[in-house]
Design a protein around this ligand. Sequence first.
Ligand code: F6P
Length: 532
Amino acid sequence: MWDKLRAHHAKVADRRFESLVDADRAADFSAQAGDMLLDYAKTNIDVEGRALLIDLLERAGVAAKREAMFSGKPINETEGRAVLHTALRNLDGDPVFVDGADIMPGVLETLARMEDFATDIREGRFAGQGGKITDVVNIGIGGSDLGPAMAVKALAPYHDGPRCHFVSNVDPADIAGVLRQCDPATTLVIVASKTFTTIETMTNARTAQAWMGEVVSDTGAQFAALSTAEDKTTDFGIDPSRVFGFEDWVGGRYSVWGPIGLSLMIAIGPQAFKAFLRGGQAMDTHFRAAAWHENLPALLALVGIWHNQVCGYATRAVLPYDNRLSRLPAYLQQLEMESNGKGVSMDGADLEVPSGPVVWGEPGTNGQHAFYQLIHQGTRVIPCEFLVAARGHEDDLHHQHQLLVANCLAQSEALMRGRTLDEARAKVADRFEGAELERQAKHRVFPGNRPTVTIAYPQLTPFVLGQIIALYEHRVFVEGAVLGINSFDQWGVELGKELATALQPVVEGKSGVEGKDGSTAALVGFLQRNGV
Ligand code: F6P
């Protein structure tokens, strides 16, 4: 299936895709889900290339795999689990079966308990031992941190609950910096961990417990837990009434829609949280119903496959022109790289094409004054994905928002058009001549022909944030399904964890470096001589 795409790429690789971009292309190479627009006109994908990509997707059986996911089949085969984060935003409660049992009553009951708890906190009925809760500290890492941390920041204009803080790193600098800002008597600590065994989270949770214990008599009363391991939360001393459970069919990096989103719900309130769920649900409906050439997640995936597996561009930049999405690139790093950073297909065979790409990024316009130089003139092509809202939330500063939008559009235009040597010469002809003119002009050439996609939406509301996250989740799903990999396990994180556990006594000096490689032993030695 890949050969035809490779042959097509070879045929069109040297073409300047700007030549394709006539008035009709914008309509033909874009699609809408509700009022969210995906424009992929500024890529080298043409009608034939798109047909080949859709053929690839059909041959990979993506439609059947999609339905297997939504209907609760155990598609996470290496862990024997269903993949049903979509059930968490199935607000209509349409039945979804796992092992013959409808999971929706349980999902909706937990959601209702979260709403009651969040409302009690926001309205002061649940208080700390020093009064109304002023601060919420979410302790979690990876999927138990990035989702709510990213979303709380993204939805700051809707934030009318207590302050929310996020502690993830085992580096004591992280928790110390957060606890310094809080009063233990009016703080709620949420321990967010699917497994309730993650060493960073459990270490930070115990640190928070000790901090609170210096001031309040009953620390357990100001702790809540979000986990699949309810027995372990009880052992930790958290009352079951403040434990919000979920099942193993919710992957960590897909978990913001359920209990892991509790801090977000406390921050913005249950109604806004449900609007966020409805945005995700709307994208689910679109993903299941829209034809491939109108299907945003499928198209975004096909663009990704074209750039990564076919053109060989190893990274993609996600560049939100929406400052409150500053954590979106980090969130997508986990979502995309933990899901599709796999070298073997479901049946254990080596992949015949590269695995998912490196994902990175920063908000625009900041990035423009930092790394865009390389995107414009470096020797590697980096496909860019821009996100931009028609309106911000600062109505009195709308002209500033318009400048932001102009910058976003200018970047994709510049990356496509570039600047020729003749144009560069004309720019400096009044200052230089002869060989110096040639030399100076060369530095001002932009190769152009660099692909971008733009995702545009009216405003970053809770609903739209839900659409964006679900869009990327399903994009990851389609890319993984085409590669034939399991996007829902993460065995690649195991080895480092095992070695860290074994190294801790070595670092502490309780055991020696025997058996360690020379480099690790020397590093331990240096750090010990310097006080570790
Ligand atoms: O180590 C990776 C990982 O398992 C992620 O997949 C997960 O999101 C994170 O650790 C945190 O896990 P937990 O929620 O179980 O603490």
